[in-house]
Design a protein around this ligand. Structure first.
Ligand SMILES: C[S@@+](CC[C@H](N)C(=O)[O-])C[C@H]1O[C@@H](n2cnc3c(N)ncnc32)[C@H](O)[C@@H]1O
Length: 393
């Protein structure tokens, strides 16, 4: 038994049972021990899961184009902040920066960086990568710095935020119970029990579920007040600009369709293998569920953002104007066979709708009506926001 499990069991001895959201908080973020706070690298080939920026810099290049167009349309404000949630060691941010620097884009001189990253080792990696850039790279500001114009990016962040698991139970007053974690009295293993929601969160969870059709008997579903709270707070992070949330997930209706989602979507990941078993080896496995984009959008808009578009990663890449990036990798003085093969293999994953190409990209706009007019003009869509007008691959 590892130290986190020991601590979880201590807590369970005091409280009897805990929500899965609480279990997740401890398994993922327990100081010095949690899955996302130790020195072990989690994203990438040698880790537990692959993300788009770890696969190839092209997504970073595409977001750089969106950032540059946003900055331009807002009248080139300085500073202009790249604010990233769950930035890891900065792979996406560094790819975007590299693209802007290579283009000698004037945005580089106005850029300011702000990252919200739980892992101190990855933060240190990011700082050291930035310090190796010419002039130490753009300045990095604290999490609490007053908002400026900018772009907010969150790639595969929302799916890692804690969620509750509910189970359809017709006999319960609300039509569901919470699936909670406890120690089994006979086997002494961490196991599931059903019970009411903790009183401090009950109202919020039930209000997030207010529009749901009833769950069928035994159907599991996830609900994340943490994701809703985060999305509601995004508006306050920049004065004007765009917000880009990329992740795997679906609309709420699809996530709770009992014909395809009777068991919900929660999974653990270790060594690139998904496992429906969630309670084993806390702190050694990633814990995640599909993001409910209906809920995320509603919360972001309730917080004051304007919804610009819901698209997919494949469409985003196809319309972000990265053709020159692709051409440069395939021909020209910098082209190599290895780079061309790497790009082709990455695009196959990044644009295949059954793989990362099907990931959702939600784009919002922050700011007054002047900013909205500049950024939401249907006749002049921002890079990545138009409907694709050609085959994707
Ligand atoms: C799935 S990884 C994605 C990393 C990166 N965005 C990428 O695409 O490769 C999730 C990242 O979010 C960070 N993270 C998870 N929960 C967090 C939290 N509550 N606050 C800040 N960062 C968090 C993790 O440390 C990790 O770097």
């Amino acid at each position: 038994m590892n130290e986190i499990e020991r601590r979880i069991r201590d807590e369970l001895q005091r409280v009897g049972s805990m929500s899965f959201a609480r279990f997740m908080e401890r398994a993922l973020l327990e100081p010095e021990l949690g899955y996302y706070v130790t020195s072990t690298r989690r994203a990438g080939r040698g880790g537990d899961f692959m993300t788009a920026p770890e696969l190839h810099p092209i997504l970073g290049a595409a977001i750089a184009r969106l950032a540059a167009a946003t900055w331009d349309r807002l009248g080139r404000p300085a500073p202009f902040r790249w604010c990233e949630y769950g930035a890891g060691e900065g792979t996406l941010l560094l790819a975007a920066l590299e693209r802007l620097v290579r283009d000698q884009h004037p945005l580089v001189a106005a850029l300011q960086l702000q990252v919200d990253e739980a892992n101190p080792y990855r933060q240190a990696d990011l700082r050291s990568a930035l310090s190796a850039l010419p002039n130490g790279g753009p300045p990095l500001v604290d999490k609490g710095a007053p908002p400026t114009s900018g772009i907010i990016v969150a790639n595969e962040f929302a799916d890692a935020l804690p969620f509750h698991i509910v189970v359809g139970r017709a006999a319960e007053r609300l039509g569901f119970a919470e699936r909670r974690v406890a120690v089994d009295a006979v086997t002494q293993a961490l196991s599931w029990v059903e019970g009411p929601l903790d009183s401090e969160i009950a109202q919020e969870v039930t209000s997030l579920m207010a529009g749901w059709p009833p769950l069928v008997e035994g159907q599991l579903a996830e609900v994340s007040p943490a994701t809703a709270g985060w999305a509601r707070g995004l508006r306050g992070q920049i004065t004007e600009g765009v917000v880009l949330v990329l992740d795997y997930g679906r609309e709420g209706v699809a996530l709770r369709d009992p014909t395809s989602r009777m068991a919900g979507t929660a999974l653990s990941y270790q060594g690139h293998r998904a496992n429906p078993e969630l309670l084993g080896e806390p702190g050694s496995r990633d814990l995640t569920a599909h993001v409910d984009f209906t809920l995320l959008r509603a919360a972001a808009v309730a917080g004051g953002l304007r919804h610009l578009t819901s698209t997919t990663q494949a469409k985003f890449l196809a319309t972000a104007g990265v053709d020159d990036e692709i051409a440069r990798t395939r021909s020209g003085p910098a082209a190599t066979l290895e780079a061309a093969v790497a790009l082709r293999s990455a695009l196959a994953q990044l644009m295949d709708p059954r793989r990362m190409g099907g990931f959702a990209v939600e784009i919002f706009v922050a700011g007054d009506s002047h900013a909205a007019t500049a950024l939401m003009d249907p006749a002049l869509p921002l890079p990545g926001t138009a409907a694709p007008n050609r085959p994707l691959v």
